[in-house]
Ligand binder design. Structure first.
Ligand code: FES
Ligand SMILES: [Fe+2]
Length: 372
């Protein structure tokens, strides 16, 4: 970012309102960036699978015979029937149309009457696989076979997460709050990624645990890292053992461009945001909450309910009003508030995001890990 060239303008409204831009993003953003598929705990035994969708492509993850997570396009290599739906368990992946059967590594094994076909070599027929990474128990995929690894996109995040959530490998999701929003996905992601609006829109935030004047958001590769000091830890609605580990009293979050964020509350409580873009003016946000071994927890239930009733509810009103505003012929993109000293009332994170958003509609753009 170059601050010397004068006020940086916010992104043109068409990026949020024109379906053509969304079409370009399907290729330039959602087909080339790392995105969340599901949690590793959903795959316990070889043969466990779950289906999902990224960039309007149907995919599924499956645990193979060696205990490795594989991701495939959800399509049979015969005449294109979908292979699986929902989640389940299978020793072999058998297509419902004509019963071609693939092993868990995606290799075609058998099919009715295949041996009668001269020249057909089953060993040459495999499901199409997708780049997959496990990131502290979270499965991410990237439709771009050439994409650089997540540690290059999001430098240091894996290590920081492990420090903030020492028990992260034994977490399992226990609750998901689903939030449909009538806005472009970028409006919602931008709103998550700045706190210039927090003071007047999030009273619980401004008077709660974190110290707003210390809140800051900085790029870290293609991650936006939120940091803050905490206060009033004695007023928390749940008990925290501050001596249990170094970060027991801390709050932080890591937004991974384009559609996921890890968020840690004091007490090493992990929760996440996941955005799913449906079209240019509709998205869904999923708030996932986790506990060790998936144990039920009144504390987490209450936290999730309180979060839904306050911050989430307040943000829905904001993002939907912005989307209506972006459709106004009277809107001229305004200057971003880039305070050279950064801090809670600066929109540096929006400037970084909007650079990525612009680049995401340009297929010639190369994602390179760390930007200056
Ligand atoms: S389409 Fe799958 S076996 Fe025919
Ligand atoms: Fe907000």
């Amino acid at each position: 970012m170059n601050e010397a060239v004068g006020p940086v303008r916010s992104l043109e409204a068409a990026y949020y309102t024109d379906p053509q831009y969304f079409g370009q993003e399907l290729l330039g953003v959602f087909s080339r960036c790392w995105q969340y598929a599901g949690h590793r705990s959903a795959l316990q035994q070889p043969g466990d699978y779950f289906a999902f969708e990224i960039a309007r492509q149907r995919l599924f993850c499956v645990l193979d015979a060696d205990g490795e997570v594989k991701t495939f396009y959800n399509v049979c290599q015969h005449r294109a029937h979908e292979l699986v739906s929902g989640q389940g368990h299978a020793k072999q992946l058998v297509c419902p149309y004509h019963a071609w059967a693939y092993d868990l590594s995606g290799q075609l094994i058998t099919g009715p009457n295949l041996n009668a076909v001269p020249g057909l070599d089953k060993s040459k027929i495999c499901l199409s696989s997708v780049r997959t990474e496990e990131f502290c128990g979270f499965i991410f995929v990237n439709l771009d076979p050439e994409a650089e690894p997540m540690d290059v996109w999001y430098p240091g995040v894996r290590e920081q997460l492990r420090e903030f959530v020492p028990h992260i490998d034994s977490l399992q999701p226990i609750k998901t709050v689903t939030i449909p929003e009538k806005c472009n996905w970028k409006v919602s992601v931008e709103n998550y990624s700045e706190c210039y609006h927090c003071k007047i829109n999030h009273p619980t935030f401004a008077t709660g645990v974190i110290k707003p004047q210390t809140y800051d958001i900085q790029p870290q590769g293609y991650c936006l890292r939120h940091t803050t000091e905490c206060q009033n830890l004695n007023r928390m609605t749940y008990p925290i053992d501050l001596d249990s580990n170094e970060h027991a009293g801390d709050y932080s979050s890591w937004f991974l461009w384009p559609t996921f964020s890890f968020q840690v509350y004091p007490g090493n409580v992990l929760n996440t945001y996941q955005w799913q873009a449906h079209d240019h003016e509709n998205c869904t946000v999923y708030r996932h909450w986790y506990t060790i071994d998936g144990q039920l927890s009144d504390v987490i239930d209450k936290l999730a309910d309180q979060d839904r009733a306050t911050t989430v509810e307040e943000d829905i009103g904001l993002v939907e009003a912005v989307q209506r505003g972006l459709n106004s012929r009277g809107y001229v993109p305004g200057p971003l508030v880039l305070d050279p000293k950064y801090g809670v009332n600066s929109e540096h994170s929006i400037a970084a995001l909007q650079q990525w958003m612009r680049a995401g509609t340009d297929l010639n753009f190369q994602y390179h890990a760390v930007e200056d």
